[in-house]
Design a protein around this ligand. Structure first.
Ligand code: FAD
Length: 395
């Protein structure tokens, strides 16, 4: 039986899941002089692949305070513009993104996911991360959590944090909440070698046509990250590359080329779920962060950004509150409302994007054109929020 000891006055912390949420939280704790122990199901491969992530100003603000922002951005691209085009490549709307970071004083970036994970992992004290440690059972027993992993039971005192993503065993075992809901579409993603023209080196291009979406962004000077979604009836029988190629048949070059050039083993195809039921405080010291707390569709590009914000706030509350129960409760009150609000926005946006319009794509494009650019930027700003959503003073 393992007993986790108290460290530097902050109660000991066990984190289940070493993805973006778990690693950011552990790095934020380490910055405050506290240590956590992370049980991660997968081996080294967890930190390979995974295409790229848009890191909005809220996430970059946290990384800056962790002293990691410059390292995180290094292989990525700063994104200053969003360009909506039709399937022939004709411009529908162009948005300057300089305004969305208002209050954060940070820009948005596109960064390889593996690089973000690697940077966070390297910021942790040696021995924090236990790979190949899938948690298969969990319960609260009077004064400690009993954790089952690799056919062994261990006893964990202190705080337990579920950062175990979409199929969170912590959420199931300690909150008994319903599973995620399939949202009726799949996402496809890849990274290809390609140099975009200079005028597009800071631009996300999004094709607004048909049901679903397609977009791409620079990822450093000579790579491109592309992402797409298509409506699909059955989460258990995924679409293949060919289905998607049919969907974008006749679209402007290089859309088809990006999809064709992505190697098989790097083409990511995932069914999209969300889960927006709130969790409550419990009579034992446990909480949830990241997708385990508020799984959202990728339509606002905020799932990881909100997870990073969770990690920052939870570490701060644990380090500054007098009592663990008060710290967990304060974290939950500050973070859950804003994150679930973003999740609802994402769901609404996903429904519009994946709707089949009876009069065709012209209606969908008309809707986009009808919104002034300032209104679209206003929605983006609302989604990215402000430091107040992290309980921090607004500058
Ligand atoms: C198509 C797509 C595009 C996206 N694009 C963006 C974007 O551009 N920007 C953005 O901010 N977000 C984006 N997201 C969302 C983002 O990927 C997630 O919100 C983010 O990865 C959540 O991080 P997490 O740490 O909570 O979960 P995860 O990244 O899923 O990590 C959970 C970890 O827990 C481990 N684990 C699971 N179960 C156990 C167990 N029983 N025992 C031990 N370990 C366990 C897993 O192996 C994993 O390492 C996108 C999502 C999708 C699907």
């Amino acid at each position: 039986m393992e007993k986790v000891s108290e460290v530097d006055g902050i109660v000991s912390v066990t984190i289940i899941g070493g993805g973006i949420a778990g690693l950011t939280f552990a790095a934020a704790l380490a910055q405050r002089g506290a240590r956590a122990s992370i049980l991660e199901a997968r081996g080294d491969d967890v930190y390979r692949g995974g295409a790229a992530l848009a890191m909005a100003p809220n996430a970059m603000w946290v990384f800056r305070r962790l002293g990691l922002a410059d390292k995180i951005c290094r292989p990525g691209s700063r994104i200053d513009r969003y360009l909506f085009v039709n399937p022939r490549g004709r411009e529908l709307k162009s948005l300057a993104l300089s305004d969305i970071g208002h209050g954060w004083d940070e820009a948005a970036w596109a960064v390889p996911r593996a690089h973000i994970l690697d940077t966070l992992m390297n910021a942790l004290p040696h021995g924090t991360l236990c790979l190949n440690s899938p948690v298969t059972g969990l319960r609260w027993d009077h004064d400690a959590f009993i954790v089952e992993s690799q056919n062994r039971l261990s006893r964990h005192h202190g705080v337990l944090v579920g950062a175990d993503g979409i199929h969170s065993i912590v959420r199931q075992a300690l909150w008994h909440l319903p599973p995620p809901k399939y949202q009726g579409f799949f996402a496809l993603r890849g990274i290809v070698s390609h140099t975009l023209p200079n005028s597009h080196q800071d631009t996300v291009v999004q094709v607004w046509g048909g049901a679903g979406e397609f977009g791409y962004s620079p990822l450093g000077p000579d790579r491109v990250y592309w992402f797409a979604t298509i409506p699909w009836p059955d989460p258990n029988h995924p679409p293949q590359r060919e289905h998607f190629l049919r969907h974008v048949h006749g679209w402007f070059d290089p859309v088809k080329r990006f999809v064709e050039d992505t190697p098989d083993d790097e083409l990511l195809i995932h069914p999209i779920f969300d889960r927006l039921e709130p969790f409550s405080d419990r009579p034992f010291p446990a909480t949830l962060i990241g997708d385990a707390a508020h799984l959202m569709t990728p339509n606002t590009g905020q799932g990881a950004c909100q997870s990073i914000a969770d990690g920052w706030v939870l570490a701060r509350e644990l380090a500054t509150s007098r009592e663990v129960g008060a710290a967990l409760s304060s974290y939950r009150r500050q973070r859950l409302g804003p994150a679930l609000g973003v999740g609802r926005r994402s769901r609404q946006l996903g429904r519009i994007i994946h709707r089949r319009f009876p009069l065709g794509v012209a209606i969908k494009q008309g809707m986009l054109l009808a919104f002034p650019a300032s209104a679209v930027v206003g929605v983006m700003r609302e989604v990215v929020g402000s430091p107040a959503d992290l309980g921090e003073p607004v500058c």
